[in-house]
Design a binder for this molecule. Sequence first.
Ligand SMILES: NC(=O)c1ccc[n+]([C@@H]2O[C@H](COP(=O)([O-])OP(=O)(O)OC[C@H]3O[C@@H](n4cnc5c(N)ncnc54)[C@H](OP(=O)(O)O)[C@@H]3O)[C@@H](O)[C@H]2O)c1
Length: 319
Amino acid sequence: MNRVCILGGSGFVGQHLIANLAKRGIRCRVLTRHPQRHANLQINPGMELIKSQSMDADYLAGQFEGCDAVINLIGILNESGKRDTFRKIHTELVDTIVEAAIKARVGRLLHMSALHADAARGTSEYLRSKGEGENRAHTHGGTALNVTSIRPSVIFGRGDSFFNRFAALLKLSPVFFPLACPKSRFAPVWVEDVAEAFARCLTDDKTVDAHYDLCGPSVYTLQELVSFTAKTLGLRRFILPLGNGLSKMQARLLGHLPGRPFSMDNYLSLQTDSVCEGNGFEKLGIQPQAIESVVPHYLAQAGYRGRLDRYRREFTTRT
Ligand SMILES: NC(=O)c1ccc[n+]([C@@H]2O[C@H](COP(=O)([O-])OP(=O)(O)OC[C@H]3O[C@@H](n4cnc5c(N)ncnc54)[C@H](OP(=O)(O)O)[C@@H]3O)[C@@H](O)[C@H]2O)c1
């Protein structure tokens, strides 16, 4: 494996994955709409950062030329406008990527899905569109493209949107912190473990056609995770667990704010516990790390500041 093309490689997971692959001597070609924002990625040896001109199959096939594999990390948590809908990004774009990979004779696709993504039974449009995209990647790939899907629970690590987001929100809340869906359960998974799973799949043919659910070693309720965040930051906040009606109301309200900190679709995703029945890490020979041994190292520093800057940027581009 010499060179891979990563779509969505400029994001949180992508940055950690690129560093992992670079250490193995694998060259990464990353397409992004905003190369100037991600110039820091160039520190990785063998890195090509390319401004994406289009997302049509012919253009993508041209970018995939010379690559041994394509990794698709593109995803959104909320829809914005008519162009960035869950269907377009998680489902239709996957068709285009598969078509382009086959055209360029790449032969291998690693596809990032999500835990409990399910085209028919997903509780939210996020989960249904991810499930449909995953199905299409495997079926449309046919015999021409060897596909593996990765399906993690919520991912944590330096630069994450989960602990850093709650850290920023807790900092802004004076005393009380009203929390929607406090009983939703998660098995948070470390981004370095996810990157390692991708790297192992790239080089192991036994992973072809597989779908790997990835979970961390422990399960927590959302309330426990927010309390852990506050404790790690040394903040005294009274976490106010909201019942179902108030959780929905909060989603409706916050879904109208710029940057949508919490939306109705996010609320619907939280109706499914993000926990595994069988953990793919075991099959891949990876021992996943727990939040307690990782999160305090980045959260107590200026970790939340990066995300705050990002929200500020999102806010200014959308208003
Ligand atoms: N983070 C988690 O907890 C978690 C959990 C389960 C699954 N996942 C999945 O893992 C993947 C990566 O997540 P992440 O946290 O790294 O996301 P992220 O930081 O938000 O990055 C998303 C990436 O997708 C690209 N992207 C977004 N909209 C696009 C569009 N309309 N056209 C082209 N590119 C677009 C962005 O590229 P630009 O540089 O062009 O902006 C960015 O690199 C996603 O598919 C996500 O659904 C994440």
